[in-house]
Design a binder for this molecule. Structure first.
Ligand SMILES: Nc1ncnc2c1ncn2[C@@H]1O[C@H](COP(=O)(O)OP(=O)(O)O[C@H]2O[C@H](CO)[C@@H](O)[C@H](O)[C@H]2O)[C@@H](O)[C@H]1O
Length: 489
């Protein structure tokens, strides 16, 4: 495969460096760069949001008009930015994307998200003529671009440009399925009149992710364990029958870690760099973190950090009661995140009760997320489910031991200390119960207090674990080859 250079159009709703709300953006940056490094002609396409970073520098490519049956002419422009050597095309529609948020504002999704991302999917296929780009592979990501495989096999099935084009759909989070009333879908009449019950909910709602899983040539989840979970009723967010239907074309590929952005030896966001041979810089980062967020300046207290979207997925319903009990000990906890107002309130109350020991920073801050990774001793990920998880990979790189629930990609990447001390790089608990989390937190605290040399050994072992994109990209190349039936390669 490495000798076979492909034309790849990578389509996503967010891309780190331009627009980001979560882990999808990290992958949508790192994977195309890894594909480029393998010599493929890879190009990214994303919505040209009002808030897109560097948008004022974008090169205007062309104006386009999408002729729709029911919505008349829809005008948009294509603008071009660059991610190193990779062109990034922005679909610029004032009507759909000139807004303050990506998907909504103030924790409320935009009411027309179904139409917005149906339009984006249509513009992806529509604009390749103007760009004169004939992709071998269109790599789609999550529900936002899940209509592309369907449109390719319906509206565009006889289009000469796409005669040999195949589609991949990566599922970064199957809990978000994009379910929209058909009445929103005038722009995509094929779906508005669709009666295939496999992709409908309650007859009148279209489930975008189901459409994508059913129509993509190959489908992957972002870790092998999550792929296995998606085939079970318990772990599939109600979609196991759909994934089962595609099981021959479905697999798991673990995410990588972008060590250009996430390496304590070179990180420019942190006050002192360090590596596995000399961890003294980590102590300086710890002191800086305590000072920056207003925790008591005590080098002996272990710091437990967490950075994430505040959603049910991340396990706050077990974390908050566990912390109520855990924070009576000599420990410090810092959580950085935005999202659910109920979780926000719970964390604010916890902060009032445990001032100096618990800090909640209700913000989205890239620099602080780096400082937490570097300055904390442990990183909390008690997720109810976790397709892959990236922060545990960053934590390993920074010698910040992850404490995770044994689900999804967390199980694929963290080795538990109690199960096998020699291979350990973190700690795993299984039952989604506050007492199980509390038990492991106390177990970790004891180890921290009583066995500092052992802690040091595990930290160094964690820092020696690597999840390179240059490895995962080979699995993606194999998936592309299967989609294109290039078995000989
Ligand atoms: N307040 C804040 N301030 C700064 N940075 C913040 C932040 N909140 C979140 N982030 C950042 O967003 C990213 C989150 O990535 P994750 O993979 O952990 O979760 P997410 O659930 O968004 O991604 C989904 O997609 C990814 C990619 O496939 C899967 O790994 C994951 O399991 C799946 O749920 C990290 O880079 C993190 O630092």
């Amino acid at each position: 495969m490495s000798n076979h250079k492909l034309k790849i159009l990578f389509v996503a709703s967010e891309v780190e460096s331009f627009a980001k709300t979560g882990g999808l953006a990290d992958v949508a940056k790192a994977l195309p760069l890894a594909l480029k490094a393998r010599g493929h002609d890879v190009r990214i396409m994303m919505p040209f949001y009002r808030t897109i970073a560097g948008g004022d520098q974008a090169e205007f490519i062309c104006n386009q008009t999408l002729n729709t049956e029911q919505c008349g002419e829809v005008n948009y422009a294509i603008r071009k930015l660059h991610l190193e050597e990779v062109p990034v095309y922005g679909v610029d529609s004032m009507h759909y994307f000139d807004r303050a948020g990506l998907y909504g504002e103030g924790n409320h999704a935009y009411g027309d998200n179904g139409e917005r991302f149906a339009f984006f999917s249509e513009a992806i296929l529509h604009s390749c003529d103007a760009l004169d780009f004939t992709p071998d592979i269109i790599h789609c990501n999550d529900w936002h671009t899940s209509l592309v495989p369907y449109l390719l096999k319906t509206r565009y099935q006889d289009h000469p440009r796409y005669r040999a084009t195949k589609t991949i759909l990566s599922c970064h989070n199957a809990a978000y399925q994009g379910i929209f009333n058909k009445s929103q879908l005038a722009i995509t009449p094929e779906l508005q009149h669709c009666n295939d019950s496999r992709m409908l909910e309650n007859f009148s709602y279209v489930n975008y992710l189901k459409v994508g899983v059913l129509y993509a040539d190959k489908v992957n989840a972002v870790s092998p364990n999550y792929a296995t979970e998606l085939l079970t009723p318990l772990g599939s967010h109600g979609m196991s029958h759909i994934f089962a239907e595609r099981s021959a074309d479905f697999e798991g590929i673990i995410n990588g870690c972008d060590y250009n952005d996430w390496s304590p030896a070179t990180d420019s966001y942190i006050p002192a760099n360090y590596d596995a041979n000399d961890l003294s810089g980590k102590d300086k980062c710890k002191a800086a973190l305590q000072q920056e967020v207003g925790l008591d300046q005590n080098p002996d207290f272990p710091i437990f950090g967490m950075v994430c979207r505040l959603t049910e997925q991340k396990g706050f319903q077990i974390l908050v009661p566990a912390l109520e009990a855990f924070l009576v000990h000599q420990v410090q906890v810092i959580i950085v995140g935005t999202g659910d107002p109920i979780v926000t309130k719970q964390l604010q109350q916890l902060e009032q009760k445990f001032a100096g020991k618990f800090k909640f920073i209700n913000a989205y801050s890239n620099s602080l997320s780096h400082l937490v990774e570097a300055g904390a001793d442990f990183f909390l990920m008690p997720s109810l489910f976790e397709p892959c998880g990236l922060n545990q990979l960053y934590s390993l790189a920074y010698g910040t031991l992850p404490i995770v629930r044994g689900v999804g990609g967390l199980k694929d990447t963290v080795n538990d200390y109690d199960e096998d001390p020699q291979r350990a790089n973190g700690f795993i608990f299984y039952e989604p119960e506050p007492t199980d989390l509390l038990n492991i937190l106390r177990r970790v605290l004891l180890l921290y207090i009583e066995q500092p040399a052992e802690m040091q050994r595990i930290k160094q072992q964690a820092m020696a674990c690597h999840f390179y994109w240059s490895d995962s990209v080979v699995d993606y190349e194999r998936l592309y080859a299967k989609a294109l039936q290039l078995y000989a390669l």
